[in-house]
Ligand binder design. Structure first.
Ligand SMILES: Nc1ncnc2c1ncn2[C@@H]1O[C@H](COP(=O)(O)OP(=O)(O)O)[C@@H](O)[C@H]1O
Ligand SMILES: [Mg+2]
Length: 296
């Protein structure tokens, strides 16, 4: 069965494209045991590819130190590090040893020119889910990649500038579909990210308004039901980790616990994980097994 291509794109940075890519990819790879590949198509930033490199360096250093220690001894070892970052990296190493995670999914940094030359059919044969994390730009390479995509996820945050940017972005995509530069079987879904409950009424109103705006368009555009909770910006590095079998829940170091919406941080982390589980359920329901076979 050919794999599904999921592109995460919008025209503005900071809305969570890379984070969303990583949490979805990690969960599908390490929890659902799917064959996953991530293309980081956001030059020159390449934030996912850079982080993967950083993670690998740290984890292989830890492996050099602890490879002769048994998993049992490792489990009972008291905190060997004083720095929160070092300790967090150690916790991840220890966790991965316990669950026997040895292989991570590939992450490739791609310049736009290379994006055009990818043999997507072959990649579909080798992977179940192919993620494209796109930067804020728009060009021929991105258009070509989007033309091959099964699902386009457009993040929205509750910031006014982000909302405006993403609405304009969806409008631009619909123009491409209208002009037949993009196929009309592309599944476009918007997703609220960094969502705060205090924004509920405005989000509902915006969704209703946009449903009206996009009603007569060439193809349906809708919001996913799941709104990805604001997991606390200080917790961000946990979300970007690509080498951890249990994405999200393990400590990433350097995180500051803040409170808002009168919910404690632990609650928000659990909520965030539940959001991801729900989001993946929705995405998988929208990408039925027949999608990519019937289109070609
Ligand atoms: N759901 C979330 N809750 C809290 N912080 C988030 C969430 N999603 C993303 N972030 C943070 O927002 C910032 C921008 O995210 P990033 O994924 O780099 O965006 P982009 O790739 O669109 O530029 C990062 O600091 C990230 O940790
Ligand atoms: Mg990014």
């Amino acid at each position: 069965m050919p794999g599904k291509i999921i592109a995460i794109h919008t025209s503005k940075g900071g809305m969570g494209k890379s984070t969303l890519t990583v949490v979805l990819a990690s969960y599908l790879a390490y929890v659902h045991q799917k064959r996953v590949i991530v293309f980081d198509c956001d030059p020159p930033q390449h934030s996912i590819a850079d982080l993967r490199e950083e993670e690998e360096t740290t984890q292989s250093l830890l492996h050099q130190t602890y490879q002769l220690v048994s998993t049992n001894d490792l489990a009972t070892m008291p905190q060997p590090y004083t720095s929160a970052n070092d300790q967090a990296a150690f916790e991840r190493y220890r966790h991965n040893r316990q669950v026997g995670l040895t292989e991570t999914y590939p992450v490739h940094a791609l310049p736009f020119s290379a994006l055009q030359e990818l043999d997507m059919d072959r990649i579909r044969d080798d992977f179940d889910y192919i993620f494209l994390d796109m930067g804020g730009q728009f060009n021929a390479g991105i258009l070509r990649a989007l033309a091959e995509t099964d699902m386009l996820l457009v993040p929205f945050t509750t910031q006014q500038v982000d909302v405006t940017a993403s609405i304009q972005y969806v409008g631009a995509i619909l123009d491409y579909v209208l002009n037949r530069q993009l196929p009309d079987y592309l599944t476009i879904r918007c997703v609220w990210n960094k969502y705060k409950f205090t924004f509920a009424r405005r989000a509902d109103a915006l969704e209703a308004y946009l449903a009206g705006v996009f009603k007569n368009e060439v193809l349906p555009v809708a919001f996913l039901k799941t709104r990805l909770n604001d997991a606390d910006a200080g917790f961000d590095r946990a979300k970007m980790l690509t080498t951890i079998s249990s994405p999200v829940l393990l400590p990433a170091g350097r995180y500051v616990r803040k409170r808002y919406d009168s919910q404690p941080a632990e609650w928000r982390e659990a909520q965030y994980l539940q959001d991801i589980v729900n989001l993946i359920d929705e995405i998988r329901a929208l990408l039925p097994d027949t999608v990519s076979t019937t289109r070609r």
